[in-house]
Design a protein around this ligand. Structure first.
Ligand code: PXL
Length: 282
C-alpha cells in the first residue's frame, strides 16, 4: 500500500458509536449482502443495523434461489431502527422486487428522511457475479423512478449501468455518458464503477454530480475472489458519509478500503471467495 489507509475515528469504549443501516439480502455463504456489510461496518467501528429484504440460498458457486421478506416487514424493520436507534447513513443492496423498493421509498418519505438528514447510498444490485438474478426484471423502473431520486449516491457496476440506462461502457467517453444518464434519474451523485472495464489494467471509477467530475483509480488486482466487492464499497462509503465526509471524500475512502479488502480476499468453497476486511484485525 503506498499511503496508509485513513482511519475513521472510533467512539471511545462504552460510548455509542455511529450507526449505519443496511437494507439488503442475506448471503448464506457469508461473502456478500448483509454479511459483507456488517463485517465492513464492524471493522470501521460503526454499529450495524439491518433491514433484511430477502434470504438467498447460495454458496461460492452460485445462488440456488431466494425467499423475499414481505414488503411490510422490510418497512417495519426500517421504521423500528430509525425511530429508536437512529442512523447517520444508510445503504441499499439487493432489494429483490418492485414491491420491496416501493416499500423502502415510501418508508423513507413517511419517516421524513432526506439526503441531508440521512445520506442514502443505493447500490442497484441486479444479479450475482455468477449471473443469477437478484432483482425481478420489472423492478428496474421502480429503482429508477422511486429510489434513485432519494439517493445521495448510486453505485452501479457496468452490467447494472447497461440495464439501467442502456449505455454500453467501453471507454472513458461512454463512462461519462452513463454517469450523465444516471444522474438525470435524480440521485445527487452517480458513481460508474469501471471495475469490469477490461480494456484497462486499472480500475477507474467515475463520480458525477451534474457539475463536477472525479476519478478514482486503483490497480486491478488479480484473482477471482471478489465476491461482495460492490457491497463492501457501498458500505464503506456509507460509513464515511456517517462520519461527515463529503461524497467525493467518502468515495475515495471506500475505493481504498475495497482495494485493501480485495488484496486480503481468500479462497472459499469451490467458486469465488469473498473480499475481506479482516486485514484490519492484524
Ligand atoms: O454482491 C451483490 C450481492 C448482494 N446481495 C446479496 C448477494 C449478492 C451477490 O451474490 O447474494 C444477497
Amino acid at each position: 500500500m503506498s499511503q496508509p489507509l485513513p482511519v475513521l475515528p472510533l467512539a471511545p469504549a462504552g460510548a455509542t458509536p455511529l450507526r449505519v443501516l443496511s437494507i439488503a439480502g442475506s448471503d448464506s455463504g457469508g461473502g456478500a449482502g448483509i454479511q459483507a456489510d456488517m463485517r465492513t461496518m464492524a471493522l470501521l467501528g460503526v454499529h450495524a443495523c439491518v433491514a433484511v429484504s430477502a434470504v438467498t440460498v447460495q454458496n461460492t458457486v452460485g445462488v440456488k434461489g431466494f425467499h423475499e421478506v414481505p414488503d411490510d416487514v422490510v418497512a417495519a424493520q426500517i421504521e423500528a431502527v430509525v425511530t429508536d436507534i437512529g442512523v447517520q447513513a444508510a445503504k441499499t443492496g439487493m432489494l429483490a422486487s418492485s414491491g420491496i423498493i416501493a416499500a423502502v421509498a415510501a418508508t423513507w418519505s413517511r419517516l421524513g428522511l432526506t439526503r441531508s438528514s440521512v445520506p442514502l447510498v443505493v447500490d442497484p444490485v441486479c444479479a450475482s457475479m455468477h449471473g443469477d438474478p437478484l432483482l425481478e426484471a420489472s423492478a428496474l423502473d421502480s429503482l429508477r423512478g422511486q429510489l434513485f431520486p432519494l439517493a445521495t449516491l448510486v453505485t452501479p457496476n457496468l452490467d447494472e449501468v447497461r440495464l439501467l440506462v442502456g449505455v454500453d461502457v467501453v471507454d472513458v467517453a461512454s463512462q461519462r455518458e452513463a454517469a450523465k444518464a444516471l444522474h438525470a434519474l435524480g440521485p445527487q451523485w452517480a458513481l460508474v464503477k469501471g471495475g469490469h472495464l477490461r480494456s484497462s489494467d486499472r480500475s477507474c471509477d467515475l463520480l458525477y454530480d451534474g457539475a463536477s467530475w472525479y476519478e478514482f483509480d486503483a490497480e486491478r488486482l488479480p484473482g477471482g475472489n471478489d465476491h461482495g466487492g460492490g457491497d463492501t464499497l457501498a458500505t464503506a462509503i456509507a460509513c464515511a458519509l456517517a462520519h461527515g465526509y463529503t461524497v467525493p471524500d467518502a468515495v475515495g475512502f471506500g475505493k481504498r478500503w475495497v482495494t485493501e479488502c480485495l488484496r486480503a480476499s481468500y479462497p472459499l468453497g469451490h467458486g469465488h471467495g469473498p473480499v475481506s476486511p479482516l486485514f484490519r484485525l492484524s
